[in-house]
Design a protein around this ligand. Structure first.
Ligand code: NAD
Length: 510
């Protein structure tokens, strides 16, 4: 018997309404766990980009959204948090069937972080210094001076496929908190949860404040970045695409935030507690099958402990079994696509070719009931040197490179020898040593005896080619704000305005 499954088609979300793409075309969204068609989404064109940007422009220019008092705005943000919590099940389902993130993680950690982010921004916005008064200077004369912090305008958010929903909120929450409007372009593998999220948020904001267009990055993404009515671009994705976004945004001198790739170093010191280090390091690299920008993919291990650490890492990694991400017991899901699986396998091959030793995994794996899915075994290489391709390039898959060191300064030098600088970590029982290493590591976040611990009240972003700017934390509000200096003269008498004499001689004065 053939079972007929209804495949839902997701239109674009523009100006508070679902809209088909102007050209009427759609594209397929596949479930990476089994290769089945999960849904279809509208394939936008430049005409749709224009429409979405115009809706966002009008909502910014023609409504009082940007002038909403912080107390009321906080209520909106709290209501959005509540809306996300109420729709958690559907959001988590859509995220899992398109990104392959385990329901175990998405339905708990991601949803909770999203809810907490909007509530955190609601708190921040009430104490944000929207207007700051400067002291009145004795010279050149009495004056009132303010610094006003104002929204930037129409923001474009371009997001990746690995954690599409959570990463979209890192942009939406601060943008709305500051009174901006937004057009989001999710990755084509994973548009579903972002579209649903926009529908939820739209219940609490005027039409046009939040819009989503879906379609190929090279067409709709570029059209959005180039668009003259877009004031800011917030991009999360690969460093390669980040470079072209930066170049494209330069045409109209757009304010740009870039959250890019990583190759994060994880240093184990000799005194570390191995009972925590072993699961901690594997948590750092294999969560979401290694498809996290901040994954700890380079593990620096002291010579003295090398063999013991490797033996224990391998024993524990072998207990991690990829499975169906919709099963709440599954802790490791698939990688996003056949193409990504092949890229990861080709990196594994290059590790072997360059002389690294494969001590765990290294193969694709079949998961019963998920035929057609893209699964890879947790993989560990030893005898890796820091100049190998697997130690320098972002693989974005479940591959750990173990690199030996004899001296901590040597480990720090290798850790910093990378174009990236997103995250880094150190494991030790000695807090003074930990801070010393932390100071020397070139990365935007340092974890001591832990990994992946991002907070909604702390900034996240990269050093070096891992990006520009920060998301989350109070700092993310600054990223969606522009500064205005307002000067009011308190000197009504012309003859007291001595500074005018810079231009006018005494005889010129009327
Ligand atoms: P990607 O760079 O291929 O695509 C990201 C987004 O950009 C997608 O929406 C895509 O459609 C769009 N895009 C592609 N080409 C474009 C173009 N020419 N103009 C405009 N938009 C374009 O990245 P990905 O494969 O979706 O995600 C994986 C990458 O994201 C990894 O490098 C990872 O490290 C990075 N990432 C970084 C962070 C962070 O916070 N630093 C978080 C998650 C992922």
């Amino acid at each position: 018997m053939t079972v007929q499954v209804d495949i839902q088609t997701f239109p674009l979300f523009i100006n508070g309404k679902w809209e088909p793409a102007a050209g009427g075309q759609t594209f397929d969204v596949f479930n990476p766990a089994n290769g089945d068609l999960a849904a279809r989404a509208a394939k936008a064109t430049a005409q749709d980009v224009d429409k979405a940007v115009q809706a966002a422009r009008d909502a910014f220019d023609k409504t009082d959204w940007k002038e909403m008092p912080p107390k009321d705005r906080a209520k909106v943000l709290n209501a959005i948090a509540h809306g996300i919590a109420t729709n958690a099940q559907e959001l988590a389902f859509l995220e899992t069937i398109s990104s392959g993130g385990t329901i175990r993680r998405v339905a708990s950690s991601d949803i909770l972080q999203m809810v907490d982010l909007f509530n955190t921004m609601a708190k921040f916005v009430q104490t944000y210094p929207f207007s700051e008064t400067l002291p009145s200077p004795p010279f050149p004369g009495p004056a009132h001076n303010f610094i006003w912090r104002e929204p930037i305008g129409v923001c474009a958010a371009i997001t990746p496929w690995n954690m599409p929903m959570l990463i979209a909120t890192w942009k939406i929450a601060p943008a709305l908190a500051m009174g901006n409007t937004i057009v989001i372009k999710p990755a084509s593998y994973t548009p579903l949860s972002t579209l649903k999220l926009a529908e939820i948020i739209s219940q609490f904001v005027p039409p046009g404040v939040i819009n989503v267009i879906t379609g190929p990055g090279a067409e709709v993404g570029e059209a959005l970045v180039r668009h003259p009515k877009v004031d800011k671009v917030a991009f999360t994705g690969s460093t390669e695409v980040g470079r072209s976004i930066m170049a494209l945004a330069s045409g109209t001198i757009k304010n740009t935030t870039l959250e890019l790739g990583g190759k994060s170093p994880n240093i184990i010191l000799e005194d570390a507690d191995l009972d925590i280090v072993i699961p901690g390091s594997l948590f750092g690299v294999f969560l979401h099958s290694g498809q996290l920008c901040e994954s700890g993919t380079r593990l620096f291990v002291p010579d003295k402990l090398h063999d013991e650490i490797v033996e224990r890492l391998v024993a524990l990694a072998k207990t991690l079994k990829p499975g169906n991400p919709l099963d709440p017991d599954t802790t490791i899901g698939p990688v996003i696509s056949k193409r990504q699986k092949e890229t990861i396998l080709s990196y594994i091959e290059s590790g072997k070719q360059e002389g690294a030793t494969l001590v765990c995994g290294g193969n694709e794996v079949a998961v019963p009931g998920c035929e057609g899915g893209h699964f890879i075994e947790p993989t560990i290489f030893t005898d890796v040197t820091n100049d190998m391709k697997i130690a320098q390039e972002e693989i974005f898959g479940p591959v750990l490179s173990v690199i030996r060191y004899s001296d901590v300064e040597e480990a720090i030098a290798m850790a910093n020898d990378s174009i990236y600088g997103l995250a880094a970590g150190v494991w030790t029982r000695d807090v003074n040593k930990a801070y010393d290493v932390a100071r020397k590591l070139q990365a935007g976040v340092i974890w001591i005896n832990d990994w992946h611990m991002l907070r909604n009240d702390a900034p996240f972003g990269g050093y070096k080619q891992s990006g520009i700017g920060r998301e989350m934390g109070k700092h993310s509000l600054d990223a969606y704000t522009q500064l205005k200096h307002v000067h009011t003269s308190m000197v009504p008498e012309l003859h007291k305005r001595s500074w005018y004499q810079i231009l006018f001689s005494n005889s010129d004065k009327s």
